[in-house]
Design a protein around this ligand. Structure first.
Ligand code: ADP
Length: 442
């Protein structure tokens, strides 16, 4: 039961109390000045009106208090999220900003609520970060993570005055009839996550470097023995040394791959982009793989392009890694007396040059195709055929191709063969201007 004091505290009840007071005054006057019957009539009507107003005011008070509760509860939920939230209307007028968003942007609610933010606000250092969040194109590094209109996800990065990585998701706020009434931005501070990722990457780089030097010594000694430069060995010894030398080479390749992955993910692979001839590059890689193809009894066929291929902007060494990976895989995962067909062509309807490597090998199970370019992934059917492999070659290749503004993909039929293709843009403007850090590749 509510006490009288608790009713008095409700602002919505005050008109009812004022009316009650008026009714009492009116009834007293009626009893003094009017005949008794009329006074009782006025008393009855007064009480009825009072009760009706009292009930309506009470209902209003209850509704208001649950609205207030809901609003406070929502604010509390929004403030306790780790992401910052900013809501604004179509004129970029801030409707609300949550406590975490205040911390991230360094701006207080009172300074911006009800104010329309414009790009010019970025000239004021205090509001710069908030303005860059509202207009991500003003940030020094912007990475678009979605191609759809909404929700729109971008990552913005700053190195000054401190390292800051923010992921901003923008979505529309719609009214009951589906009309646009504003926007909401969810800001996720990924700086700590990225810092941990960098530490992990640095650890891999240091460990791989430390392993490389002693391994080079081991490889050198084994090579000397294998090539009989230290004298003759019996057949058994020769076979064992040869096998150990091969394993040490594989280990070296794996360490190099790990180093490449760490550098790629840190955005420090160091691309040297120049206008180069892709046809010459592919032919050079093919020539250097003649012995390996012969060893696996696989024939390599190069189909000369039928029309001139323009010079393209790419890093020769890095694109060599891609072509090598595709050709080595086509050799390793082929069958005896199998074939590899390599083609280069200018796409007729798109501004790209396509390089494809087709093999007649073991193919890839359909279920495995979507995961082929993931780090450390190896398809189930290859483990028996080629036990050794890091599962990093295609991951590295994909990152290199993406860095050049291209795409890489595979089509395959199990037990029939696979075709790996990649495209590089003809127009230099389609090549991304800078190398960026990627937590898990593109
Ligand atoms: P690795 O060859 O060292 O395992 P890659 O990243 O180059 O690593 O390849 C990943 C996996 O993709 C391979 O283990 C294999 O399962 C599959 N694969 C790649 N190329 C081919 C191919 N030409 N034919 C069949 N499977 C392939």
């Amino acid at each position: 039961m509510r006490t009288v004091q608790s009713f008095i505290k409700l602002k919505e009840m005050w008109p009812a109390f004022a009316l009650g007071f008026l009714v009492i005054v009116q009834v007293i006057c009626a009893f003094i000045f009017f005949p008794l019957l009329l006074a009782f009539g006025i008393l009855g009507v007064g009480v009825l009106i009072f009760l009706w107003i009292f009930k309506s005011s009470y209902q209003l008070a209850v509704a208001n208090s649950s609205l207030l509760l809901e609003r406070n509860q929502n604010e509390h939920i929004v403030d306790s999220l780790s992401e910052g939230i900013v809501v604004y209307d179509q004129e970029f007028k801030i409707v609300s900003i949550s406590a975490p968003a205040e911390i991230i942007t360094g701006v207080r609610k009172e300074e911006i609520v009800e104010k329309a933010i414009t790009p010019e606000w970025a000239t004021n250092e205090h509001f710069r970060l908030l303005t860059q969040i509202m207009f991500p194109s003003l940030a020094p590094v912007v990475i678009k993570k979605t191609t759809t209109a909404y929700p729109q996800i971008v990552e913005i990065r700053f190195s000054e005055p401190r390292e800051l990585y923010l992921e901003i998701t923008t979505n529309q706020v719609l009214g009951d009839k589906g009309e646009l009434i504003g926007f909401i931005k969810v800001i996720r501070d990924k700086s700590r996550e990225i810092q941990l990722f960098k530490t992990k990457s640095e650890f891999i780089t240091v460990a791989a470097h430390q392993l490389r030097t002693p391994l080079a010594g081991i490889k050198w000694a084994l090579e000397m023995l294998d090539k009989k430069e230290m004298g003759d060995l019996n057949d058994q010894q020769q076979a064992m040394i040869h096998e150990t030398y091969t394993v040490s080479q594989r280990l070296g390749k794996m360490i190099d791959d790990l180093l490449d992955v760490a550098k790629i993910e840190e955005g420090k692979f160091g691309y040297q982009l120049e206008k180069n001839d892709i046809v010459t590059l592919v032919q050079e890689v093919l020539q250097s793989h003649g012995d390996q193809a012969a060893q696996y009894k696989v024939k390599m066929l190069f189909f000369k392009p039928t029309e001139p291929i323009p010079l393209l902007l790419f890093d020769k060494n890095k694109i060599s890694i891609v072509v090598q990976n595709l050709i080595e895989n086509a050799i390793k995962y082929n069958v005896e007396n199998g074939e590899i067909r390599i083609r280069i062509e200018k796409l007729p309807d798109k501004p790209y040059v396509q390089i494809s490597v087709e093999d007649t090998g073991i193919g890839i199970p359909q279920n495995d195709l979507p995961r082929l370019f993931q780090k450390f992934f190896r398809a189930g059917n290859t483990l028996k055929k080629e036990t050794e492999g890091s599962g990093l070659g295609l991951y590295i290749s994909r990152n290199i191709v993406k860095r050049h503004g291209g795409e890489i993909w595979a089509i395959s039929t199990e037990k029939r063969g696979s075709t790996f293709s990649f495209v590089l843009p003809i127009d230099e403007k389609m090549v991304p201007p800078t190398e960026i850090m990627t937590e898990d590749g593109f």
